[in-house]
Design a protein around this ligand. Structure first.
Ligand code: APR
Ligand code: PHB
Length: 393
């Protein structure tokens, strides 16, 4: 009968980072991932890290390449009314953000787990969990053509929004909060130099656009699009043309175009489930909350959950004390709702919700106020770089 201390469902950033931090602190875990290693390693996601996430990666001994290859950004630009205004994060908060692709981060974590001889099972199918409301949680799964049963002390549900863990919790034991947005993000990745040294979030009457990057030779661009858009109808040429139309002229001229190496549409959603703990089951990251990508909070919020949970498990296994374990849900939800609020606000400020010109005038007025008020800019900056951790490890 297989046994571990912490069974982790899902090998996304949450599951891998939790497993690595537990390992660094001598706590055993098994990670069960339904997809293949190749699929998980090549998934294209966002790439802006708060300083808190950078520190946690170093604590997990997986920060070396990130520190070497990241782009440190002391600010970003807001584009509106044909011009750009810089938000000086460093001057406003003393902090910066790091641009380092989630794809690279996931590769670093998989390598570190494999190098440590971790029990990281890819293509683990039919995962089901039980007994987490009692003293002996168990996980059942299929792997290598056989069925397996894993006994553990705790289960960490790091299996994302579509995972099995949250779906196994009885509906009456939890409450979920959701807001969907009437648009998505069409994103492309292209091996061309970025149009600007820093990110540009652009509000335009035709819809939102974002200029981002992965390196000085690989750019990531997004345009707001309808949810019913058909990806095939978006040729690279159409994408570049629409992007340029939504950027201030000086930026549009600086856009260097090229063939896309990845192109995809992602819906926008705000979602939170409460609580995050069900007996010996903890929901972590996207399994518990989703934010629209506008505020670059998805990955950082997942890392913040992992920071609190691994700290609580280390305390439990070292001292037997359960306070932090019992406090996991409440502590994380405070930070989660602040990030949900910020991501909703930033999305509301920069995206086109209707053809009503009154709405756009309101957005332009708020952007004009914001960029002229150090107090308002300070609030934007402190949320963007990541709010301080209150007492969490
Ligand atoms: N059994 C095993 N694995 C599963 C199951 C299941 N039933 N369901 C889902 N998974 C795996 C998925 O294949 C995925 O690899 O769980 C993993 C969840 O990873 P993510 O969705 O990346 O969630 P998380 O690790 O919390 O990372 C959150 O990733 O998606 C970005 O924007 C998001 O930045 C945020 C971060
Ligand atoms: C990205 O680079 O993919 C990115 C950056 C900032 C965001 C969202 C996505 O807010």
């Amino acid at each position: 009968m297989a046994r571990t201390q912490v069974a982790i469902i899902g090998a996304g950033p949450s599951g891998l980072l939790l497993s690595q931090l537990l390992h660094v602190n001598g706590i055993d875990s098994v990670v069960l991932e339904r997809r293949s290693r190749e699929y998980v390693a090549r998934r294209v996601r966002a790439g802006v890290l708060e300083q808190g996430t950078v520190e946690l990666l170093q604590r997990a001994h997986v920060g070396e390449r990130m520190l070497r290859e990241r782009l440190v950004h002391d600010g970003f630009e807001l584009g509106f009314d044909g011009k750009t205004t810089r938000v000086d994060l460093h001057a406003l908060t003393g902090a910066a953000v790091s641009v380092y692709g989630q794809t690279e981060l996931t590769k670093d974590l998989i390598e570190a787990r494999s190098a440590a001889g971790a029990k990281l099972l890819f293509e683990a199918g039919e995962v089901s969990i039980e007994g987490f409301d009692g003293a002996h949680p168990r996980v059942h799964y299929a792997h290598g053509g056989r069925r397996h049963e894993l006994h553990c002390d705790f289960i960490a549900g790091c299996d994302g929004y579509h995972g099995v863990c949250r779906r196994t919790v009885p509906a009456q034991s939890m409450q979920s909060f959701e807001r969907t947005y009437p648009f998505g993000w069409l994103g492309i990745l292209a091996d061309v130099p970025p149009a600007s040294r820093e990110l540009i979030y652009s509000n335009h009457a035709r819809g939102f656009a974002l200029c981002s990057m992965r390196s000085l030779n690989r750019s990531r661009y997004y345009v707001q699009c309808g949810l019913d858009e058909n990806l095939e109808s978006w040729t690279d040429a159409r994408f570049w043309d629409e992007l340029r139309r939504r950027l201030p002229a000086a930026v549009a001229e600086a856009v260097i175009t090229g063939p896309s190496v990845e192109k995809s549409i992602a819906p926008l959603r705000s979602f939170v489930v409460e609580p995050l703990t069900f007996g010996r089951l903890f929901l972590v990251g996207d399994a518990a909350h989703i934010v629209p990508p506008t505020g670059a909070k998805g990955l950082n919020l997942a890392a913040a959950d992992v920071r609190v949970l691994y700290g609580a498990l280390v305390e439990y296994y070292r001292t037997g004390r359960r306070e932090s374990i019992d406090g996991y849900s409440a502590q994380c939800l405070r930070r989660i709702w602040k990030a949900v609020r910020f991501s909703w606000w930033f999305t509301s400020l920069t995206h086109k919700f209707s053809d009503d010109p009154f709405n756009h005038r309101l957005q332009l007025a708020e952007l004009d106020y914001l960029t002229g008020s150090p107090a308002a800019l300070g609030s934007l900056a402190e949320n963007y770089v990541g709010l301080p951790f209150d007492g969490a490890g």
